[in-house]
Every structure is written in C-alpha cells, then in structure tokens.
Ligand binder design. Structure first.
Ligand code: ZN
Length: 500
C-alpha cells in the first residue's frame, strides 16, 4: 500500500499545520496580549494558506486515486477505506472553490465583523445592510461553485453538516415547531410559578471553578490530556487526541454561566478525547459534524446536567460550597430554577424549549434570503414577525433582534441549524444508551458516568469523522434521525416541572 502510506504522511503534515494553527488560536483567546493581534492574524493566515495549498495540490489528487485502488477491497468501515473516502470528499469540495472567491469572502467577512460591531452598538441595521447583502451574494456564488442538486442552501449546509438536506431539515423543524409553539403558549401563564433568582446571587469565582473541575473529572475528562483556562467566549479546541483543551467564563453574579458552560465544553472535549488513537494525525481525528459535536456538548449539559438525578448527587455538594446562597433552597426548587422557561429575545440566554425556536427563525430567514424569497432590506421586519409568531415577543431594537448574533457577519450561513440538530441528536443518543444500559440513570444519581461515557465512546467518539452524521446516528441507534425522542423528552420534563 505504497500510495496509501504516502497519502497518510502528507495528510499527517497537514494535520500538524492545522494543530499548530489551533495552538495559536487558543493562545489568542486566552493569554495573548492585545498587541499580538496583527502578527497573530498573519501567522494564522500563513499556516492556513500552506495547509490549503498542500491539500488541493495535484499530487494529493494522484495519491488519493492510487490509494483508492489499494483500499478498494477493504471493509467500508475500516480506518483505511474511511480515510480515503472522507478525504476524497473534502478534496473534491476544496478544489471546487476558486482561490479568488475564498479571498473575497475572507476580506468581506473580516470587514463585516467590524461593521456588525458598529451596527450593533448603534442598534442600526441600515449600517449592516449593504455588507450583509454582499455576504449573501458571495455565498450564492460559493453555493454555485460547490454545486447542489435540489436547493442552493444544501451546498452551504453541507459544509457544516455533510449530506444533510434543507428539505429534510424543513420537515423535521416543522414537526418540532408544531409541538414547541403550543408548548410555549401553554406555559406562558405559568411562567411565574418558577423562580430563577437563586442563580443570580453572589457565587465566589474560584469556588465555581473548583466545583466545575470536580464535575469534569467525574464525567471522565482527562486532565492529563487537557486543561481548562478562562476566555470571554467558552470554547473547546484540540491539538491532538492527547491534548484537548476547554475554556470557561466565570460570572460571580450568575451561577449558570460557568456551571453549564463547563458541562457543555466538557461534553465537546470528551468527544475529542475519545477518538480512536488509530485516527491520530489524520483528517478523521475530529468530530463527524458540527451537529454531532453539539449533540455531545448538549447531552452532558442538558439531559444529564439539568436532570434531577444529576443534582441528587451534586446539589448537596454545591450547597456545602455555597451555604449562604443555597442552604435555604431545596433540591426541587434549584432543579426548577435551572430549568426555568422564559421566552426571551436573546438566543444564548434561552432555555431548552425556546432555544430551538430561536434557531428556526434564523434557519428560515437564511434559506429565504439565499433563495431570494426575502430581501436583506426586509430582514428586520421578517425577524420581528417571526419572533412574535413563535415566541410571542418582539424586540424593541435591532441590537436585541436581528443584529444580536455575530455569525452572519462571519459568513457563517448554514451553521445555525447545527445547534438544534445537536439538541435533537443528543436525546436520541441518550435514550438509546439508557435502553442498552439500564444502570445509567442510577449511576448518574451516584455521580458515576462511566456507563454513559463507555456507550458514547463505543458508538460515537471512537469513530471520529469516519461516518457521515446521519449514518453515525443510524449506526449508533439502529434508527434513522428522528425528532420524536427529543419532543417526548421536553414534554415529559416540562409538564412535570410546570403542570404538577
Ligand atoms: Zn457547543
């Protein structure tokens, strides 16, 4: 297998460049002094250029062809056949995009960021409108280069969620919306029955940090192969399977920020630490897609981290750390507080139920803009109309409405749906894990997570990027991707909290 060996060593070098870029990116968001920004941007651009050039080279194409012949008799799910199949897909896509378009998108979106910051500060959509229009035009061009069979949006979605189709998403979101919107309306006159103020008391930062560390260790996050630091926006990054880092943001006046942020990033990190060592230094040593990655973070954050069973074990510990704030608050009251439903304007502050409605609004608007059923100029009005329909509230200014998220200014179109996909998939996987290992719920009540982690390692983590996201869900659960487990989960959980 001479060609395969040569292919692997080329791909390993590209992985090294990408890993080095990740170290620089991590440093940029954690320890770099502000003065380092310009040089860092150049360093990252150079590494990106080198790895891109190596990847789209004619030599890579020849190696892929030679290797494909060598692995043709191997099993579909073997590391070797998977490596060639997945890399071929990446290669064909990367070759379709003209370098001039890549450069134009990079220029426009880096400017777009600055314009968006200004527009948001002034809460003035008119400032952002011209550049957003250009960003959409460039992404229409990008979609045309990448190609699509059915819908233009498919081409952009495929960058984040390989092989996912717009029409499939529309169907699954329509089902979800039909359940969630009435749920939100039904709860609307009961919202005051749950008090969330306990989360807004004073909580010492170092103690929050230490508690988060204890939970991470119990989850199975390996601090010998990772570390946690602070950053403004929490994230997970991986330099190799043996060095997967997370960050968190501590707010001394809001307990949820570091607490659930840490569980979330911990979930991402468990995934990356669990990839099979045989896939190290290859394009397969990453998550299957953004949606699958998000399913892992959400699983540990919500179905596990916001469950009563989890807090049966951890709440007495949290109470002993923060007796002044928590001693008078019962386990049940704390559980209700962390699961409080409140239609709100801001996506990142949304609860489990309304979060998905925020995502649907963005998804529907993106599709309409890209496919030219909606003009960029009419976007704020369309945004507000949907907010009213789905959540029953309307922002008084665009900074709290259409301008709230940074994503579009970055050119991230087709990205938002992966957040909701993550929610849906997290529950489908969790239900399957519990069906196969009935001890998991009682383990969680005792602060043990090895049963769940073991199941995820076997059925999800170790495979890295070998399978397409929907293929992975099907292999792990024996059933195609479905919204029903998630809908049932929300219905059961929230009717118990609000209707009893
Ligand atoms: Zn995440």
């Amino acid at each position: 297998m001479i060609q395969l060996t040569r292919l692997k060593s080329k791909l390993a070098e590209i992985c090294d460049l990408k890993g080095a870029a990740s170290v620089l990116g991590w440093d940029q968001q954690t320890y770099m002094p502000p003065g380092g920004a310009n040089a860092r941007a150049e360093q990252l651009a150079t590494l990106e250029k080198l790895s891109h050039e190596m990847f789209v080279s004619a030599e890579m194409g020849e190696l892929l062809e030679g290797a494909a012949a060598e692995v043709s008799a191997l099993a579909y799910d073997s590391d070797e056949a998977s490596l060639v199949r997945v890399t071929r897909r990446d290669y064909d896509k990367a070759r379709k995009i003209p370098p001039a378009l890549v450069a134009e998108i990079a220029r426009t979106t880096s400017l777009g960021m600055e314009v968006w910051v200004k527009a948001k500060a002034e809460s003035n959509f008119a400032v952002f409108q011209p550049i957003l229009q250009k960003i959409y035009q460039l992404h229409q061009a990008l979609a045309n280069c990448l190609g699509f069979e059915e819908r233009m949006y498919d081409a952009l979605l495929d960058q984040y969620e390989p092989d996912m189709k717009t029409s499939a998403l529309e169907e699954i979101f329509a089902n979800l919306k039909a359940e969630l919107v009435p749920m939100v309306h039904a709860l609307s006159d009961k919202l005051n029955s749950v008090d969330g103020s306990v989360l807004h008391r004073h909580y010492d930062g170092q103690k929050q940090w230490d508690f988060g560390t204890e939970v991470l260790k119990r989850f199975g996050y390996d601090f010998e192969k990772g570390r946690q630091d602070k950053s403004v926006h929490p994230f997970t990054t991986s330099f190799s399977i043996n060095d997967v880092r997370i960050t968190t943001h501590v707010d001394e006046n809001f307990l949820s920020s570091a607490l659930f942020g840490t569980l979330h990033e911990g979930g991402h990190a468990l995934y990356d630490q669990g990839i099979s060592p045989s896939l190290e230094r290859s394009p397969l040593s990453a998550g299957a897609s953004l949606g699958i990655h998000e399913s892992q973070s959400r699983l540990w954050e919500n179905p596990v981290g916001r469950s009563l069973g989890f807090w049966k074990f951890f709440y007495p510990r949290l109470q002993s750390i923060f007796p002044d704030s928590l001693a008078p608050v019962s386990l049940e009251a704390f559980y209700q507080a962390i699961n409080r439903v409140q239609p709100s304007l801001i996506r990142v502050e949304a609860d489990e139920i309304t979060y998905n409605l925020h995502i649907m609004i963005r998804f529907e608007l993106e599709v309409d803009l890209l496919e030219e059923r909606l003009k960029v100029a009419d976007l704020p009005a369309a945004w507000n109309a949907r907010m009213k329909d789905y959540l029953g509230i309307v922002p008084s200014k665009d900074a709290e409405g259409v301008l709230q998220d940074v994503h579009w200014s970055h050119g991230l179109i087709g990205y938002f749906p992966t957040y909701s996909l993550g929610n849906l998939i997290s529950v489908q996987l969790f239900e399957q894990a519990k069906a196969e290992n009935r001890d998991i719920p009682s383990q969680i009540e005792r602060g043990h997570f090895s049963g769940l982690l073991e199941w995820l390692r076997t059925h999800v983590h170790r495979h890295g990027r070998k399978f397409l996201p929907l293929e992975l869900v099907e292999r792990a659960t024996g059933s195609h991707f479905r919204a029903e487990p998630y809908i049932d989960y929300l219905k059961n959980k929230y009717s118990e909290i609000y209707l009893t």
